[in-house]
Design a protein around this ligand. Structure first.
Ligand code: SF4
Length: 318
């Protein structure tokens, strides 16, 4: 379990000020199928050293991802740009909330350098929400993509962006930088938005994904949800239909895990056979790729999945 008071950066400032006075919500004990590797290998330490040396943040650490031991051992880290503080306060997320610092102009270059040092053939870049910036951070995303292209021309680039809600023309700036994969997570079904993701709008997120394809059909689009947040099965199937209407290529579905007792409770641990069933149904609805399992996260195995995604597109084009 992760603590909610950030004692590293400022012992007096809670990590989630908006959650401090909430009552604790208890989740059921974790079932046997939620098992993760302890982060103590040589590869893990090497990855951590490179992240630290370049002064970078990762969502792997900030979100308390259960796959960090496995991913970092293989030198797969997901960089989180534009600081470690988010302007939204989603009920599921462990990233710190508050007013972020000014952007670091050297960050795009530092991310490119770390990508080169880690020898990544596929890199995933995400960010905190930056509602405080006029363009929501779109230009910074674009610069980061351009720096990685310049430093590592053969590395493919996947971005996992915020929703750029009320940020006119922001999406166009990011798409023009031509990432290989554009991911934006819906996170949950529409009926749970008010509780789980109150700062976001479901149909805005669907439209964002649809607009990426309209602007550049060569970019792969991807989205994901968590289950175990109180959703019904028929709602998950409806989300699949909505995503296919927006021509999204790749769907990820994973189990929600509660970061602290102040976060949304786990309503249910979805058993592995239900994930398999979701995966089968999603393929019948026309996704090129589906990853659905308890420990699926949008960036988990992203490099291998990108190769499969390209192969799936090539097969349908024949
Ligand atoms: S699944 Fe993604 S966020 Fe989690 S450790 Fe792996 S790369 Fe990081």
């Amino acid at each position: 379990m992760v603590v909610i008071v950030d004692t590293i950066s400022n012992p007096l400032r809670p990590r989630h000020p908006e959650k401090v006075n909430r009552p604790d919500s208890a989740s059921p004990p974790k079932p046997d199928w939620i098992r993760v590797r302890a982060p103590n290998t040589r590869g893990y330490a090497d990855t951590r050293n490179i992240v630290r040396a370049n002064g970078l943040h990762t969502v792997c650490e900030e979100a308390g991802c259960p796959n960090i031991g496995e991913c970092w051992d293989k030198k797969h880290a997901t960089f989180m740009i534009m600081g470690d503080t988010c302007t939204r306060a989603c009920a599921f997320c462990n990233v710190k909330t508050g007013l972020p610092n000014a952007l670091d102009g050297a960050e795009p270059q530092n991310v490119a350098e770390a990508t080169a040092k880690l020898g990544l053939s596929h890199v995933v870049i995400t960010s905190v929400d930056r509602d405080d910036l006029a363009d929501g951070g779109a230009q910074h995303f674009a610069e980061t993509i351009r720096e990685i292209r310049a430093a590592c021309p053969s590395t493919t680039i996947e971005i996992l962006t915020p929703d750029f809600l009320r940020k006119e023309r922001a999406l166009e700036i990011v798409v023009a930088a031509k990432p290989d994969v554009f991911n934006h997570n819906l996170e949950t079904v529409p009926s749970r938005y008010l509780t789980v993701r109150p700062g976001a709008r479901y149909f805005h997120s669907i439209r964002l994904l649809q607009r990426v394809k309209e602007l550049d059909p060569t970019i792969f689009t991807k989205s994901g949800i968590m289950v175990g947040l109180g959703e019904e099965r028929h709602e998950v199937l409806q989300v699949m239909d909505d995503l296919r209407s927006a021509e999204v290529d790749f769907l990820t579905i994973g189990q929600y895990l509660q970061p602290t007792r102040k976060h949304h409770a786990v309503m249910r641990y979805v058993p592995p056979d239900e994930f398999s069933s979701y995966e089968k149904v999603a393929y019948t609805k026309g996704f090129l790729m589906v990853s659905a399992s308890p420990l699926t996260r949008s960036s988990h195995h992203a490099g291998d999945d990108f190769a499969r995604l390209k192969a799936a597109r090539a097969a349908t084009a024949r």
